[in-house]
Ligand binder design. Sequence first.
Ligand code: GLC
Length: 557
Amino acid sequence: MTQELTSPSPAPQAPGTGRGPGWWRDAVIYQVYVRSFADSDGDGIGDLRGARERLPYLKDLGVDAVWLTPFYASPQADGGYDVADYRAVDPLFGTLQDADDLIRTAHDLGLRVIVDIVPNHTSDRHPWFQDPELSRQRYLFRPGKGESGELPPNDWESVFGGPAWTRTDRGDWYLHLFAPEQPDLNWDNPEVHTEFEAIMRFWLDLGVDGFRVDVAHGMIKAPGLPDIGHGAQAQLIGAQVLPFFDQDGVHAIHRAWRRLLDGYGDAHGRQVIGVAEAWAPTAERLALYVRPDELHQAFNFQFLNAPWQSDALRSVIDASLAATASVGAPTTWVLSNHDVVRHTTRLGGSLARARAAILLMLALPGSAYLYQGEELGLPEVTDLPDEVRQDPAFFRGGRATGAAGPGTDTESAPDGVAAAGGQDGFRDGCRVPLPWSGELPPYGFGPGGSWLPQPADWGGLTVAAQTGDAASTLELYRAALDLRRRLPGLGDGPMTWAPAPDGVLAFTRPGLLCTVNTLGHDVELPAPGTPLLSSAPVTVDDATGRLPGDSCTWWAI
Ligand code: GLC
């Protein structure tokens, strides 16, 4: 299945090479969910050419890097997170040449490129799983329980719902923490390690600047695959160490990958990184993934899950900064991704809060991840008909994502958080294709339709409609990212809390003071300086600043 490049491409030199202060420490990284970003060929599915054509938009937006979700050969049982060939591009998304072109164009524009790697499981169509002998060694097959082996080997549940085991025609069972089409690999087998290191080298040779490691907390299972022993497993994911998630053994794998990434980077004068999608129960356990000899970054889902309350936000921020500082890693921040309800909707359906939240996030020290469409203030689409649904969790009655931590499902969500406002907690509503221009679907997404229907009222939310409108969310993102670049030290410098009234957060960063009013009404305070940028009109009268409800302001000090 592996495609040949028509013209093999040497790895492009990205700006800022070698060791030294890492580019990732304060980078703003934009997540491109490829199938929903831009479609070049009219089949209604976004593709690599479409993404490449839109790279100047991302450059102009002001981000530093792009993370592309999986575009590899896949039956698409889980949006491409079921990979059948890690070295081939799925024809839905283009060719290897298109990937090469995209990476080159990004580098020419000064953008770095991160790609997904999916090591916990493959597709059931992967040649290893298809081969009866190989599959027994490289996946997790076990005999069943019960008189004739008719019961699953243990009580583990699939994150997407139902048992985590499927019985084969031969009578034994294989483990799949996600869909049955995603069998878990056996990481006790050295050949699995060798293969993933080779896959990484393959993409590094093509010029990528790093990997987002899918389910980075999942590869190692507790010896003997013990029962968990009680129900409601979905509530435990991310809340405690489980026999299949956040086992200490995963760290040896990350240490080996760090050696590979550093060795490759040193040999080629590049800085290449790994970012963990790891759901750990505490900020301290998450920090273990970014110790100096492990991955460079880990997504901070505790921030994503925080309710819109000043005390809760402050304690998540403090815990995140303290935990990463203890290992010398940068903190990351994220509000939305392809697995969770878009934050405009999650934060109570309030665009005002979403705008405030992003100014808060971009004022914090560390690296920030943006999810495509949040810069347009897109809400979650909450009225998708069942017949267009594609999320495997929807069909299996499980959770929105495997990875999702506590608080991302309806039952356990704190007030105003997580699934609140979403259709039903599943993931198609945040994956609706982007509106670029025009008054009607597909809003310039491509020359055909769009694989999920776009709302009829998105004409005012398109990139074209918002460009040049100073009051738009798109221009707010552009202004914030521009200031972030121009204020030295804003990304990776110090942060100090300042006194503030109840319900308000205030902190200083190099060159600015940031205030966040999490209350639903105006608050007055002594103006700390001159407003530089605000998510809502702020007024200053006789040295008194009036912060609108649910707003964030950056003040020049
Ligand atoms: C990660 C991905 C999610 C996928 C799951 C299984 O959580 O973000 O989309 O379904 O892993 O690969």
